[in-house]
Design a protein around this ligand. Sequence first.
Ligand SMILES: [Zn+2]
Length: 181
Amino acid sequence: MTTINNNNWRTALQETVRYTKTKLKIDVVFVDSKDPKNDSLNYFSEGTVTRKPVIKLVANHSPKRKYYVLLHELGHAILCKEPDYEERFGSANKSIRTKIGLTALVEEEYEAWDRGRALAKKMGWPLDKYYEVVRSVMLTSYLEYVVLVFENAKLKKEEKLLKDKLDKEKELTNKDVTTNS
Ligand SMILES: [Zn+2]
């Protein structure tokens, strides 16, 4: 069995970056994760009129990790070119305040990982078990985020109920005070 060493992952990354830039016309940039303006890391943003699509990768991650994250981001790039993208994951669904929005968000993340894997297989690019590890780590953080949003919403609702209750009590007390005096 051949083992792919760090050098081969570097080659895989280089080849995939070249493919991304030349075939897909998407820029790939390597950024410093400690820089606060890079808070939306690994993010594939589809170009608007003024902004070209760009994939950001963390410079100090290992070549293998950068390569796998790039595959995932390419998954997003492939998905958003599909005719039913808007219907399935489009901006109308993207509100993180709704169950539909959060479901679309998570669904797209899962599918982008699957598309990335399929692309690597199609192109004959290397893959190993670590792909599933990176996939699971990043998907889990999305799921945690979704739970957090709902917990917060629940908390806000409870806070509002409590406030309404207190307001009502205060109102009643005030009424009592006025009637008694
Ligand atoms: Zn993603």
